[in-house]
Ligand binder design. Sequence first.
Ligand code: GDD
Ligand code: MG
Length: 370
Amino acid sequence: MLHAVILAGGSGTRLWPESRAARPKQLLPIGGEKSLLRATVDRVLPLVPLDRIFVATSKDLAPAIAEELSFLPRTAILVEPAPRNTAPCLGLAAARLLREDPDAIMAVLPADHVVSPDEAFIQDLQTGVRLVMEDPRRLVTFGIPPTYPSPSFGYIERGEPLALPESSKLEEPVRTETAPQHRIFQARQFWEKPSRETAQKYLEAGTFYWNAGIFVWKAATLWQALEEYCPEVFQPLARIAAAADSPRFGEILESEFQQIKSISIDYAVMEKANNVVVIEATFRWDDVGGWRALERLLTVDERGNVADAPRVIFWDADGTIVHSRRDDHLIATLGVKDLVVVVTPDVTLVADKNREEDVRNLLKELERRG
Ligand code: GDD
Ligand code: MG
């Protein structure tokens, strides 16, 4: 059966000062009305019933997430005792699903992306499920045609094309009459976060996709892949799984997870695996990595300015992004170019928009200074 595991433990530091440790970007309504997390749950609901939706997050964020998704049972929130990135998190989720359903298929969905339209996303996800049902060893990824040489994404090199599996052989119903022409490939290689120079080469090659960070696989396949490719993560997880019925489970989970290696699934498994499949996404996708995402998601005026605030005046300004939620506060810009201005109740950020990646370093420096 298909289960959704929503990844909601990230910190979204490049969207500071709107995104904060206690309220990171997945809990914010960026470029829309609902929080990104809520939109992620709503998007997957046509395919996955509520009782098969899980949200993985950290101890610190769990209360805010439970409040945002109050319609989910408390047991749907999978809480990691310590932040150890996505490989330990997904391994723990796989172990949990395998206890109830040895055949469980996991759709892994980041909670902090903007995806549209929902229907295209659901169809692509269904294609992913069909590919896994056809060959349970597959690790299915979703590829976004790259538009610039970003060093912040994983890159998937496509190999041989694959045919869309016939739905008649599979138990999941698929509305083929509306299904788009899918472009599916066996992946040749997965490279996580290459240098800008390498990313430039990939862009020019025309055979690479950005990894959308969305995956479909059998929980059992992920579990085996962790065992094979990342024993440092697998061994503590296996001890946790073996203690599932123990009265000391909480204690064992806590102590094993503390010492687990912190590593993302991209480095731990995807770069090493040889059964990766990529579906070219038919949905629009943005990972809302930094403030320039607003240029892609909202209306840009004829001089390149974006007003994401109730009260803004651009006077002889160019390429400037303004964000605020305060309707008691006018933001006026005069004769400026390529700025990001973000006003929150206690912090105002004024930055060169071409340094959106550096916002996380600014935040580190502020933390260092106390
Ligand atoms: N539960 C949990 N625990 N979630 C986490 C943790 C954790 O320790 N760390 C990160 N996440 C969540 C984030 O909230 C996000 O939804 C997702 O997992 C991916 O983590 P990021 O930290 O945002 O990864 P990234 O953006 O650097 O890279 C990944 O996403 C890119 C696309 O946005 C990789 O998969 C890249 O290959 C990919 O291109
Ligand atoms: Mg990310």
